[in-house]
Design a protein around this ligand. Structure first.
Ligand SMILES: C[S@@+](CC[C@H](N)C(=O)[O-])C[C@H]1O[C@@H](n2cnc3c(N)ncnc32)[C@H](O)[C@@H]1O
Length: 215
């Protein structure tokens, strides 16, 4: 890894409670900070099952980026497996909690709608339950050749259960697969999780490898 990339990890603490955000992003930050202060929202204490399922493809070391990291359970899992992790989230409260779970996580408080990192930096990128289509081009660039992309988020099927959800935050059928069609698809599926449980959700799940040369 070159010096420029190391410098990302050598920053001791990226957390900035006063991070400058646009008005929309400020509203999002407040909303998410409030949610992360509710006890019920802290229920998720495990890494996502897709991440555990994808462990056979994870590298033994290297650098990972966790987009919209939340409470850091996925990042902590990667760190236990020997990766360095940068987690980005708009919620300062979530990042504080992630840092207390795993102090070695590099936490960046930022709006992913206006965010940039150097190209070819990450061996692994996680994108769990945060749909921001405008960053997908960047995600392709941020991944190193042969880097692993792991994405899971809700699909339009979710409307059957929660009609009030904003369509923009739901994937179209096969959308992830189409978007990353030039990657090597290692796992792809759509369906319900926890159908009869506490948190039923219709999701699409993707594990894909960036080709060594992108055309
Ligand atoms: C449903 S949670 C998912 C958290 C985590 N990825 C997981 O799998 O549990 C969505 C996350 O997106 C973050 N978020 C929402 N809008 C954001 C934005 N514009 N930029 C960065 N993070 C954002 C929220 O703070 C929240 O932590």
């Amino acid at each position: 890894m070159d010096n420029r990339r190391w410098s990302l990890f050598n920053h001791r603490f990226f957390l900035q409670p006063q991070v400058k955000l646009g008005t929309m992003a400020q509203t999002d930050a407040i909303r998410w900070n409030n949610r992360y202060q509710e006890e019920s929202f802290l229920a998720l204490r495990e890494p996502r099952s897709l991440l555990i399922e994808a462990c056979e493809w994870l590298p033994e070391g290297g650098c990972a980026l966790d987009l919209a990291m939340g409470l850091g359970h996925n990042a902590a899992y990667l760190m236990q497996r020997g990766l360095k992790v940068i987690g980005v989230d708009i919620s300062f409260i979530a990042l504080q909690k992630a840092k207390s779970l795993c102090p070695q996580i590099m936490a960046i408080c930022a709006d992913l709608e206006s965010f940039s990192l150097p190209a070819n930096t990450f061996d692994v990128i996680l994108n769990f339950y945060f749909l921001q289509r405008s960053i997908w081009d960047q995600v392709r660039k941020w991944l190193k050749p042969n880097g692993l992309l792991i994405v899971e988020t809700m699909t339009q099927e979710m409307k059957a259960l929660k009609p009030e959800i904003d369509e923009r935050f739901l994937l179209q059928p096969n959308e992830l697969k189409r978007t990353f069609a030039d990657f090597e698809i290692l796992l792809y599926r759509e369906g319900w999780q926890d159908r009869n449980g506490e948190h039923p959700r219709a999701v699409a799940s993707l594990v894909a490898r960036k080709p060594s040369k992108l055309s």
